[in-house]
Design a protein around this ligand. Structure first.
Ligand code: ATP
Length: 236
């Protein structure tokens, strides 16, 4: 069943058209990869879905609701959470404090504590580091914190923007494992990645964005064996 459907979406920054006529669907419990070169419009697509960049044309539906004109806070409440590129942690706050920020729309301390405990069960390494300053963590561990923070809002759809960027190979696999674990809980994921091979191994389906438009989409296996994808995104 369709969870998110983006239809004919266009977005721009003043005169720069960053997305044009994009159609994309995410089904329940599905991981969808979005691939593309620098500047292809991947981050803009995610920001448009969560209401950070306004739609110029088109429609975005989430579940039974039209979310095309909702504000970011309202989209979050509907169950769509963005984990932005670059992690954006507060370096002088502890791991636990950073993670708790993801529940800022929830006032009930008991609920926050329960969510935090659930996340620590899922990410035991973060539990060990709960009292450390975020700045003392490796890049990969910081990425885990950023994902855990996004999970505090209990999303139905998690949008991950370049979660493996700049990470060591071991941590890349940790992040991949985590995405699968999250998806195993029934949460749908849009995974924006420059690492196309990794993304297509995790995802059920994928979309290729080129110059702001969808040039290809299909099952991950189909894309992995597609000649254009192989040449441009999988290193030939
Ligand atoms: P990257 O991996 O480099 O982030 P991307 O595929 O996520 O690439 P976007 O960041 O969505 O691409 O950028 C799409 C286009 O919009 C690019 O031409 C970019 O220069 C432009 N752009 C992005 N953000 C802004 C902004 N805040 N103001 C003006 N132009 C922008």
């Amino acid at each position: 069943m369709s969870l998110l459907s983006v239809t004919g979406a266009s977005a721009a920054y003043q005169d720069v058209v960053a997305l044009h006529d994009v159609d994309l669907e995410v089904r329940e419990s599905e991981v969808v990869a979005v691939l593309g070169a620098n500047g292809a419009g991947k981050s803009t697509l995610l920001k448009t879905i969560v209401g950070l960049v306004p739609l110029r044309a088109g429609k975005i539906r989430f579940g039974s609701r039209d979310i095309s004109t909702l504000k970011p806070q309202q989209v979050l409440r509907e169950g769509v959470t963005l984990c932005p590129e670059g992690r954006r942690l507060f370096p002088d706050m502890t791991v636990a404090e950073n993670i708790r920020l993801g529940a800022y729309s929830c006032r009930d301390t008991g609920t926050i504590r329960r969510r935090l405990e659930m996340l620590y069960d899922m990410f035991p390494k973060l539990s060990e580091r709960a009292r450390q300053l975020a700045s003392s963590l490796s890049g990969g561990e910081q990425q885990m914190v950023a994902i855990a923070r996004a999970m505090m809002s209990q999303p139905k759809l998690l949008l991950l923007d370049e979660p493996t960027l700049g990470l060591a190979p071991k941590m890349i696999h940790e992040v991949a494992r985590l995405v699968k674990l999250i998806n195993g809980e029934g949460i749908s994921v849009i995974l924006v990645e420059q690492n196309a091979r990794l993304a297509l191994r995790i995802a059920h389906r994928g979309y290729v964005l080129e110059h702001g438009g969808v040039s290809l989409h299909g099952e991950s296996d189909e894309l992995l064996s597609n000649e254009h994808v192989q040449q441009i995104y999988l290193g030939g």
